[in-house]
Design a protein around this ligand. Structure first.
Ligand SMILES: C[S@@+](CC[C@H](N)C(=O)[O-])C[C@H]1O[C@@H](n2cnc3c(N)ncnc32)[C@H](O)[C@@H]1O
Length: 410
């Protein structure tokens, strides 16, 4: 029996996200909670006709995948090469042959990994790797990685599917606990009692990924490595609809959270590279990004308003230990988002509709009304019909809310 569109999407969306799917709570690495999938589905359900849909902040490609299942042309971009790879893996159209080939190759890879006939890959240079994985898990993953490299080229369709299964296996074999907003580590002594079967974990991951891959979207989406602040240089036909969840102004670093995948899949080789990439990302403040913020200056014509300056002054108050730095962080976030909105106009059709799903933030008890800042920037850039619709409370803090900020392009 064919599954509902939501379930199909959920299975693909869930390629790398394993826990708390029902509750929609963020788990380790915070990839695609069910809640994001549902919002995208609801917005797409309200549309009519064939559309060109754009997501300038791809993340785990929820919008592109949803739009492609609905039969729309979808394009999405992200600044993080790992997320672009993952988005491409999730939105590809897989033949039955590629899926069967992946299944066979997974058995062969496990045989090779267990036989010791391939030289294990070198473990990634993750700081404190032993906090993430027990030594036996690292050894298994290094053997499995070498066996996968021997079995299938990583860029083939079947090879991509097995690398996604490898990502899920990484997570399943790790010491990280999954039920917190940000990951934490399990008690390794307790873990040892469980004697995990790593090979079984890989088999389960392969079965899960291949099942998701077997239900192709109606069209293939385009997933491109690109900066959302430079859309005038993005070569594409204009769009009718934007649905996106941009970075939040909450100092959450995607690079930090995605580190394990990025190191194992060789998108990162050292901490310096991770910091450089975080500096490129809007809202990134990790590693070198933090020290660069100290020297950052806004451009003269950058967005400002009375309300914004008042909030910044309160946050920068010297009684807040990192207040001045955080005020600069917020100013840069807003300047970057303003640049993005200004550039967005280059890729929209007249009367295109945009939806930005974004949460407000709080610093030292001071609420930063990100949704109102977006609305004010959009109004200055001649968008019209601007609405702010609260969607849900984000956690137990009553004042933290997620909004849909929507508008129409003139
Ligand atoms: C909130 S996440 C998107 C979540 C996504 N909707 C999902 O379902 O997974 C924001 C994304 O913006 C990306 N990003 C940050 N700065 C960017 C930039 N300058 N250009 C493009 N993408 C950027 C981050 O890498 C991250 O993947």
């Amino acid at each position: 029996m064919r599954r509902s569109a939501f379930n199909r999407l959920q299975q693909r969306a869930d390629y790398t996200y394993k826990y708390n799917l029902r509750t929609g709570r963020h788990g380790w690495l915070r990839l695609t909670p069910a809640y994001s999938v549902r919002i995208v589905e609801e917005l797409l359900d309200q549309t009519q006709g064939h559309l060109r849909v754009f997501d300038p902040f791809c993340g785990t490609a929820t919008t592109a995948l949803g739009a492609a299942y609905h039969g729309h042309d979808a394009v999405t971009i992200d600044i993080n090469p790992f997320l672009v790879w993952l988005g491409q893996a999730k939105t590809r159209l897989y033949t039955a042959r590629a899926i069967a080939q992946a299944g066979e190759a997974s058995t062969e890879a496990l045989r090779l990994a267990n036989s010791g006939s391939v030289k294990a890959a070198s473990p990634p240079l993750i700081h404190n790797i032993e906090r993430w994985w027990a030594p036996e898990a690292v050894e298994f993953l290094c053997r499995l990685q070498a066996a996968l490299d021997r079995t299938l080229p990583s860029e083939s369709d079947a090879g991509v599917l097995l690398r996604v299964a490898f990502c899920r296996t990484l997570m399943a074999c790790s010491n990280a606990a999954f039920n917190h907003q940000s990951m934490s580590f399990k008690d390794t002594n307790q873990l040892r009692l469980l004697e995990p079967d790593y090979a079984d974990s890989f088999r389960n991951s392969v079965a899960f990924v291949l099942e998701g891959a077997s239900e192709n979207p109606a069209r293939e989406a385009q997933v491109i490595l690109h900066d959302a602040r430079e859309l005038a240089t993005l070569i594409t036909e204009p769009f009718d609809l934007v649905i996106t969840s941009p970075p939040y102004a909450n100092r959450m670093s995607y690079i930090r959270e995605l580190r394990p995948y990025m190191y194992w899949l060789r998108f990162l080789t050292d901490g310096r590279e991770a910091g450089e990439l975080d500096w490129l990302a809007i809202g990134g403040t990790w590693g070198i990004a933090t020290s660069r913020l100290n020297a950052w200056q806004p451009e003269e014509e950058a967005y400002t308003s009375e309300e914004f300056e008042k909030v910044l002054d309160r946050i920068a108050n010297p009684i807040n230990s990192n207040g001045p730095l955080l005020a600069t962080y917020i100013r840069k976030y807003v300047a970057d988002m303003e640049k993005h909105f200004a550039e967005l106009r280059a890729v929209l059709k007249p009367r295109a509709k945009i939806h930005y799903i974004v949460g407000n933030s709080s610093f030292y008890g001071e609420l930063l009304p990100v949704e109102r800042l977006y609305a004010s920037i959009l109004a200055r850039l001649s968008f019209r019909d601007i609405h702010i619709q609260p969607l849900r409370k984000r956690n137990s803090k009553r004042e933290l809310v997620e909004f849909d900020v929507s508008a129409t392009f003139e």
